[in-house]
Every structure is written in structure tokens, then in C-alpha cells.
Design a protein around this ligand. Structure first.
Ligand code: PA5
Length: 476
């Protein structure tokens, strides 16, 4: 099958993008003018070519190909966990947590953990993520270690939060089961050869999955980082990879206008550079996609928030992502999005067909101001509210666009993940920055090591102590 046929074939389940409302022809003076878009054309084509040329170093883009070879091992392990465990606990943070959370929320039942294994056939899923002591203590209150499998996920094998979570879990497991049976309760996902987990996994003969080279945390959802937790939750990971493949195929289109990731990147960069849009709101109208906004926030912020010295001047880049949920945040943030400053773009995510239909019954038919709702469905109401909010935001002159999913399933989710990853890569290229490093995060990690006495960080500790000594003046 040639690429074109493959891209066209699944058009019924293709996600679509409507960017009319980004343009000045629709929203007025604060929108992008057709001339600005036209002038961007060559830059977009070069960014597309540059990203394509670097494909070999962007291994995340090929995960839908390379991970096929690992699918049977991942599915086998997921099967073992589903049989063995009532609780599956992911220990990880950043890209190692946000992807698994987003995918589980999108596809699994919204009350997966409450339904219980007898109904879902899967263990309850917990992603520890934060290191709030109350959170960890609360988790330990509700899981039975005998029926729990932990999956520690860290590419570097050194992140303090994840290693602390691992130490706590391992101590409990060793005390209860001893060294021999640790492998029944602890799975490792980490780099092939770097980091502390490699040695630990060898020592205890732990089942290990690899985060491939060239795949950074926030681009890792389509490798074992995300695929194993998803498979444990009964999610069709092969269909997710199919979705990613379709989006990648669509985005290899030579025509700039037909490449949605490139177009989205171009619009956001133009909005930032020419229209002061320092804020990018992502507002899904579906609870299932609520945590996609969290995952996207890390992807966009950590990839584009960079500085660069040019001609003696320090240039700063990035757009602050804001997570919003429709319709909840209509009653919290939308007032700001309509009447507030022109410093943002709003990206709505809509869902055409929800997986469940809830009818609004006839109850108070004698009160027209209420009964107009009866006979409709919540499905109609939520989509009407999305369209109404798009209208309000557009009418007030604010740039916005809509990504429309025909439905939320593994295939459309795979498309969405790849769309945002490619958009980020193109935006990095357009801005002329490295979208794949995170020096600011590393600085925070190093300062934590220093504060907690990790060997080799003595100078960093002195630096921190020097700073806090100077900072005692304005404390009240
Ligand atoms: O995107 C990234 O690389 C980071 O945000 C990491 O995901 C995060 O810092 C966790 O790192 P690690 O997987 O090495 O524990």
C-alpha cells in the first residue's frame, strides 16, 4: 500500500483541525493576517524539511514502527500483571507519569479503579507522580502488597522523586517477600545501559523494558513507558501505534497546508511572534481528555521554554501552556478568554461522538425555562456549549482553533499524541531552538541532589547556601 492510500484510508476516523478562527479575516485585528501566513510559507517548508532530515535522531517519531517488535513482550507482561495483581502502581514523574495518566484517563473507564477487577478484568491503576508524603502514605493505605505490581519508570535512572518512590516500595517488598520474589512485584522501565536502575534490575533479576535512545521523557508515551501501563489497563496499544502512524503519514505531506502539525506549529509561532500570544490555552471538551492537557503542557513548555544568545543578546522563547477543561472552565476562565488581554491563543478539542449517551429527561415540562433541555442529551449539550464558547471567544476577537476527534479511542488518541509531538518539533525548528533538551529541569534536579547530600554535588550546595544567606532580608 503506498503512503497516500494509507493516509486516505482511515479518513472516517481522522482527526481534523479547523483554524479559521486564528485568522484576522474572522477575528479581526488581533488575528493572523493572510499576508502573514503567506509570508511564513517558505519558513514552514524549511522547518518541515529540517525536521524530516533529522528523522534519524528523532527516534520518538518512529516508535510506531520500532515498538511493534516489543509488542508481544509488553502484552505478555501485561497479561501476567492482569492475572497476578489487583493493583498496578507506576513510580515515575514528568514524561514517565503524564503520558500513562493521560492515556488511561482517555481510554479506560472514567471510574476504572472503582469498578473493580471483577468488572474490568484489570488491576486498579495508580500513577504516583508527585512525592507528596500524604499521597504516598494514602496509596499504601489502600493497596495490598501481596496483590500489587510496581512499575518504576525513569529514563535517567536517577531522578530523585522516582528513586525515592522506588526505595520506599522496594524496602516494603523486600521486607515482605525477600530478594527472590522481588521480580514478581517490580518491573523496571529505563535506559538500555545508563543509570542506576540497570544495575538494580540485574542484581534482582527484574523484568526490564527499555526506553530507546533518542526518546526523551515527554516524547516517550509510545514506547514501554506508556505502552505497558496502557496494556495493563486493557487498552489496545497496537491501535494507538496505528493512529500515530496515520498522523505521521499525514504529516509527511509535501504541501504545507495539508500538514496539520506543521500548520498548528506555524500558527502558534506567528501568534507568539507577531501578536504577543505568550499563553496557549488547551481546552478539551471531554473529561476523558482532561489529562491530555497536562501531558501537552509538559511537552510544549519543556520543549519550547528556552533561551539563546544571539548577537550579544539573550533571546527567550516559549509560550505558557494553560490547562483548561470544557465546560467546567467556562465558569472559571472563559470570562478572561473573552474580555481579557489579547495575549493568548485558545485550542479547543472537541469530540463528535461520545462513547456513552445520557438523555436529559422530561421532568418539569410546565417550566419552559428548564424544560427546553428535556429531550436533548448531555452529548448535545456539551457540544453546543463548545460551539457557543468558540463563538463567544471569536466574537470577542481572540484567536482560537479546534481539533476535532470523531470519537475518543486508541486510534484517534495515537493520532493526537503524534500530532502534538510533531507540532512541538516543528515549532522548535521554526524558533531555532533545541526542543529536546531541558537544562532548566536538570538545574532543579542537581540542586535537589545537593540539598539532600548526593556525593559530587558539594559545590552546588555551597552555591545554594550562599544564595539563601543573602536572601534573609525580605522574609516576613
Ligand atoms: O521530558 C523529560 O525528559 C523530563 O521531563 C523527564 O520526563 C522527567 O524529568 C523524568 O525523568 P526520568 O524519566 O529520567 O526520571
Amino acid at each position: 500500500m503506498n503512503e497516500k492510500t494509507k493516509c486516505a484510508e482511515s479518513s472516517a476516523l481522522r482527526i481534523r483541525i479547523d483554524y479559521n478562527n486564528m485568522l484576522s479575516t474572522v477575528v479581526g485585528e488581533h488575528g493572523i493576517s493572510p499576508a502573514e501566513l503567506e509570508a511564513m510559507h517558505e519558513r514552514l517548508a524549511s522547518a518541515r524539511d529540517a525536521v524530516d532530515a533529522k528523522r534519524d535522531s528523532m527516534r520518538w517519531r518512529d516508535l510506531y514502527i520500532t515498538e511493534r517488535a516489543n509488542l508481544s513482550a509488553i502484552l505478555e507482561m501485561a497479561e501476567f500483571v492482569r492475572y497476578r495483581a489487583e493493583n498496578f502502581v507506576v513510580l515515575g514523574i514528568g514524561g514517565s507519569a503524564l503520558g500513562p495518566i493521560a492515556v488511561q484517563q482517555a481510554i479506560a473507564h472514567l471510574h476504572h479503579n472503582d469498578l473493580g477487577k471483577a468488572v474490568t478484568g484489570c488491576p486498579r491503576i495508580f500513577v504516583e507522580d508527585n512525592i507528596d508524603p500524604e499521597r504516598m502514605a494514602a496509596l499504601l493505605d489502600v493497596i495490598d502488597l501481596d496483590k500489587t505490581v510496581f512499575n518504576v519508570i525513569t529514563k535517567s535512572g536517577s531522578t530523585s522523586e522516582t528513586m525515592a518512590q522506588l526505595l520506599i516500595a522496594t524496602k516494603l517488598l523486600l521486607d515482605r517477600f525477600g530478594e527472590k520474589d522481588l521480580r514478581e512485584h517490580l518491573i523496571v522501565t529505563t535506559d538500555k545501559e545508563k543509570g542506576n536502575l540497570v544495575g538494580i534490575a540485574k542484581k534482582y533479576d527484574l523484568h526490564t523494558f527499555v526506553v530507546p535512545d533518542g526518546v526523551g521523557g515527554r516524547f516517550s508515551e509510545l514506547c514501554p513507558v506508556g505502552l505497558l501501563p496502557a496494556a495493563v489497563a486493557g487498552i489496545d496499544i497496537s491501535a494507538m501505534l496505528d493512529g500515530a502512524e496515520l498522523m505521521d503519514c499525514i504529516c509527511t505531506n509535501a504541501e504545507v497546508e495539508k500538514n496539520p502539525a506543521l500548520m498548528l506549529a506555524g500558527l502558534e509561532v506567528l501568534a507568539m511572534e507577531k501578536h504577543g500570544a505568550n499563553i496557549g490555552v488547551l481546552m478539551p471538551y471531554a473529561d476523558s481528555l482532561k489529562y491530555i492537557a497536562d501531558w501537552y503542557a509538559q511537552l510544549w513548555a519543556e520543549s519550547l521554554g528556552k533561551k539563546k544568545l544571539e548577537g550579544g543578546r539573550m533571546l527567550r522563547f516559549g509560550q505558557t501552556p494553560v490547562k483548561s477543561l470544557g465546560v467546567t472552565d467556562q465558569h472559571s476562565q472563559v470570562q478572561l478568554y473573552t474580555d481579557g488581554p489579547f495575549d493568548k491563543t485558545i485550542t479547543f478539542i472537541g469530540v463528535e461522538r461520545f462513547r456513552r449517551t445520557v438523555e436529559i429527561p422530561h421532568v418539569f415540562d410546565d417550566i419552559p425555562a428548564v424544560s427546553f433541555l428535556s429531550g436533548h442529551t448531555l452529548n448535545e449539550l456539551i457540544n453546543a456549549e463548545r460551539i457557543a464558547t468558540e463563538h463567544a471567544v471569536t466574537a470577542s476577537g481572540h484567536m482560537n482553533k479546534t481539533i476535532l476527534l470523531p470519537e475518543v479511542n486508541e486510534f484517534t488518541l495515537g493520532q493526537l499524541l503524534m500530532l502534538f509531538e510533531l507540532q512541538t518539533a516543528y515549532a522548535g525548528e521554526l524558533l531555532g531552538i533545541d526542543a529536546f533538551d531541558q537544562p532548566g529541569v536538570e538545574e532543579g534536579k542537581n540542586a535537589t541532589y545537593a540539598l539532600l547530600g548526593k556525593p559530587g554535588y558539594e559545590d552546588k550546595l555551597k552555591e545554594l547556601q550562599g544564595r539563601s544567606a543573602k536572601n534573609d532580608k525580605y522574609v516576613i
